[in-house]
Ligand binder design. Structure first.
Ligand code: FPP
Length: 243
């Protein structure tokens, strides 16, 4: 009985407001099955749908996913094209179901390198969903260092134009120059697939995030795995540099 009570109270813990995920392991998942890497990404896109629904059911307000990094252009044309096609299909579907799902779509990254068609879809999805308050942030052609350099340039340009002064720069003000302006920092960052690195993901925003690394490939990542990561997050003692 005591065990049951503990479990019940654990599942009632409030979810983090913002969860960020590095959707890693699609390639290995496909290789293990003798399939092309694009099949792994297709399975990864399905996992994203399941996990996004689960986040919403749990009451998570912001979900940020690393869908394509500034470094992912090094991959074959076929693989890059496959990921872009999955994104396009997903956004078309999201536009169709917009009123039913009521999810706000935002994009972190330099979208100008995407095809004009995909850029247009991203613009349409974000403007059509701007009023909704459960938010999914897709990191597309995104790099944490690139984001910080762009923010520094934007601030420096304003300062050079006399619109602000270097002395006025604070961490809060600098955050306003990031793609994530207005979005609270993620409390929890999850990386499946067994890799133990950040891979240039949300470097500024994750300064005090709790990282949970899991030994499951993204296409196999289940709602139960998300629950486990949230439980692990609640077991952490967050001190933010204090004692
Ligand atoms: C990393 O795994 C994954 C990516 C670079 C792409 C992620 C993209 C998707 C899941 C599809 C996006 C579409 C939607 C709708 C979200 P990896 O390829 O590096 O895996 P590996 O380390 O096993 O090779």
């Amino acid at each position: 009985m005591a065990l049951f009570e503990k479990k019940k109270s654990e599942t009632q813990l409030a979810p983090p407001r913002h969860i960020a995920i590095i959707m890693d392991g699609n390639g290995r998942w496909a290789k293990n099955r003798g399939l092309p890497r694009t099949a792994g990404h297709a399975a990864g896109a399905e996992t994203f749908r399941r996990i996004a629904n689960h986040c919403r059911a749990l009451g998570v307000k912001y979900l940020t996913v690393y869908a394509f990094s500034t470094e992912n252009w090094k991959r074959s044309e076929e693989e890059v094209g496959g990921i872009m096609k999955l994104l396009k299909n997903y956004l078309l579907e999201a536009m169709r179901d917009m009123e039913k799902n009521r999810v706000r779509f935002c994009f972190f990254g330099d979208l100008t390198r995407l095809s004009p068609e995909l850029q247009e879809l991203c613009a349409q999805a974000s403007s059509a969903s701007a009023e909704y308050d459960v938010q999914v942030n897709f990191c597309l052609n995104y790099g944490g260092r690139d984001e910080i350099v762009r923010a520094a340039k934007a601030f420096a340009e304003k300062a050079a134009a006399g619109e602000c002064s270097p002395e006025d720069l604070t961490e809060e003000r600098f955050s306003e120059y990031m793609y994530s302006a207005g979005v609270p920092d993620p409390e929890l960052v999850i990386r499946p697939s067994g890799e133990l690195r950040l891979s240039n993901f949300l470097l500024w925003q994750s300064a005090y995030s709790e990282y949970v690394f899991m030994d499951v490939l993204w296409p196999d990542f289940s709602p139960a795995d998300l629950d486990k990561a949230i439980l692990e997050y609640h077991r952490r003692n967050r001190r933010f540099g204090g004692v």
